[in-house]
Write a protein of this length. Structure first.
Length: 269
């Protein structure tokens, strides 16, 4: 269906990012963000807050590399755009890695156009490192080069903050998310309730809070793949009848309990 004008403007603001990245236009890329924006890339690492910090992030991870966005679909809900994609990064040493990813952009109208208030990049740092090492010598050289760049641009604390992304809900989180989806698809409301807990918030689709019973009913035919564990979140590409989307399953800060589920779809059901 045609997008409303606001959705078109949100998509235009988001689609400007890969264009600026491809052109290595730092000024244009940093200018896409609000003054106090936060970049969580990857989710689970320390956030880069404010344009000065975001510029240093660019200098470390974007400027030295060639990056191509392979977008499967864009989803718009409220003032949020979610991209289901892979990103191919070719580093200065020639090492190339392709990383499955879900990107969430929360945008704000600054009065001077839409700007990104928060970027959350859901991808797995350990898996990316493994892919990089499998490229052989170019990957090893890229890793050796990145360490000093991290410290030079972000400082020791910033480099340590990046390494926080090595820890996530991991396999146990993926297993819990898969069990939730399987229980809902099988209309096992008792199991869904046990996995979610009484205080979990479910939005299906995003922006529409529903009950556990309604979630079980709506997700009964849902299929899923591309599960990504980043920080305290597991994201998944989903399909429901003819609609595609991305689901985000949030976990409590210090345990395996699911605290929320948000499903972005390309059509409201």
């Amino acid at each position: 269906m045609p997008l409303d004008p606001t959705a078109e403007h949100l998509l235009a603001a988001v689609q400007a990012s890969p264009r600026a990245v491809a052109a290595h236009d730092k000024t244009a890329w940093v200018g896409l963000f609000a003054d106090d924006a936060a970049v969580h890339d990857p989710v689970g690492s320390r956030a880069h807050v404010g344009r000065a910090a975001i510029a240093r992030f660019y200098d470390t991870f974007i400027g030295p590399n060639s990056i191509a966005f392979q977008v499967d679909r864009d989803l718009v809900a409220g003032q949020t755009v979610v991209r289901d994609l892979h990103i191919e990064t070719t580093m200065s040493t020639g090492a190339t890695v392709t990383v499955p990813m879900h990107l969430r952009y929360d945008l704000v109208d600054t009065g001077d156009g839409w700007r990104i208030a928060r970027l959350a990049a859901h991808w797995e740092l350990p898996a990316m490192i493994a892919r990089l090492l499998r490229t052989g010598v170019p990957g090893l050289l890229a890793g050796a080069k990145l360490g000093p760049q991290l410290v030079a641009n972000l400082g020791v604390d910033g480099a340590m903050g990046m390494m926080r992304a090595l820890r996530s809900v991991g396999r146990s989180g993926k297993r819990a998310a898969r069990q939730l989806f399987e229980a809902a698809a099988g209309t096992d409301i008792g199991r869904v309730r046990a996995l979610l807990g009484e205080h979990a918030v479910v939005e299906f689709p995003a922006g529409n809070a529903i009950s556990v019973e309604e979630f079980t009913n709506r997700a009964r035919a849902m299929r899923w793949d591309k599960l990504i564990a980043a920080g305290r979140t597991v994201s998944a590409s989903v399909r429901l009848d003819e609609s595609h989307g991305v689901a985000f399953v949030e976990f409590e800060a210090s345990g395996p309990r699911i605290t929320g589920v948000t499903v972005f779809l390309d059509a409201n059901l």
